[in-house]
Design a protein around this ligand. Structure first.
Ligand SMILES: Nc1ncnc2c1ncn2[C@@H]1O[C@H](COP(=O)(O)OP(=O)(O)OP(=O)(O)O)[C@@H](O)[C@H]1O
Length: 276
């Protein structure tokens, strides 16, 4: 269990695994001289599966990047696992998979080496004894059994994405932040990946997932947060398909203006298109 003795600017976080895993208050991020996130507040409790939705450029990736300190916070506060963002956060208990990036550049490495690097950290410079079994299991969990010896340059973009997801999962994290994990992944692999996430959630892992389409993850999502122009415009139960959107032929990727224009945050079930 994490040391929660540090004073919390957001109040008593209590047991971080039994309670809030993530607490965000009035978070603002500036990039390129512009405010990208405005007053974002969000609590994620242990065991939740939170989908972060929103149109292109609404700030979803920026929020995730701010939470892992990849971009600076201009205002507001955030806590992960009971600790303010900073060196005391137990980063080894957090798995983060950025939006699709290519692994093709740089030093050639095998998929196994990439995944094994997830077992290392500033305070853990040696791989555990069972590293090879853990790495191979993580690769199997993302639908890539047997590719451990392949150079990542030989893998497709979607397979590279799954190698990065395996790298996050091999840490056996308590909190997993995934930025568009389904992008570029074929449907059978999405289904296999959803099964892996379901098993993780059953074991107590908390998920925050940026998505454009809910896909095979739809039935496991417990809450949706919708961003628009860098602000939270919906934070509540999973979005129900709006009128006509449960038609399998409907594939629009948009928030319904009548729902998002009503106010900054709506807590009730809203008639959003589930495929924002
Ligand atoms: N490094 C940067 N410098 C300046 N502006 C940036 C930077 N990174 C992102 N932005 C801008 O911030 C806004 C939000 O981008 P972000 O990638 O967070 O959106 P998103 O909701 O994840 O979009 P998408 O669904 O397309 O991935 C966009 O207008 C983007 O152009």
């Amino acid at each position: 269990m994490a040391d929660t003795s540090a004073a919390s600017p957001l109040g008593d976080a209590g047991d971080p695994v039994a309670g809030d895993v993530l607490r965000v208050r009035d978070l603002a991020v500036d990039l390129g001289g512009a405010r990208i996130l405005h007053d974002v507040s969000l609590d994620v409790r242990s065991g939740e599966v939170v989908a972060v939705l929103g149109t292109n450029g609404s700030g979803k990736s920026t929020l995730m990047r701010a939470l892992v300190r990849a971009v600076p916070v201009a205002a507001g506060q955030a806590e992960i696992l009971g600790h303010p963002l900073g060196g005391r956060v137990p980063w080894h208990r957090i798995g983060y998979v950025p939006q699709r990036v290519s692994l093709a550049g740089g030093v050639p490495a095998t998929a196994r080496e990439i995944v094994a690097s997830g077992l290392l950290g500033p305070r853990r410079l040696r791989r555990p004894r069972d590293w090879r079994d853990r790495v191979d299991q993580a690769l199997a969990d993302v639908g890539l059994p047997g590719v451990g010896d392949h150079a990542v340059t030989e893998l497709s973009g979607g397979q590279q994405q799954r190698v990065l997801i395996a790298r996050a999962l091999v840490r056996r994290p308590d909190l997993v932040l995934l930025d568009e994990p389904l992008a570029g992944v074929d449907l059978p692999s999405q289904v296999a990946f959803a099964d892996t996430l379901r098993a993780l959630v059953a074991s107590g892992v908390t998920l925050v997932v940026v998505l454009h389409e809910l896909g095979p993850l739809a039935d496991m999502i417990t809450r949706t947060v919708v961003l628009r122009h860098g602000r939270v415009v919906h934070d509540g139960p999973p979005l129900a398909p709006a009128h006509g959107h449960d038609d399998p032929a409907h594939e629009h990727l948009h928030a319904h203006e009548d729902a998002v224009e009503r106010g900054p945050v709506s807590l009730g079930p809203e008639p959003f298109c589930a495929e924002i």
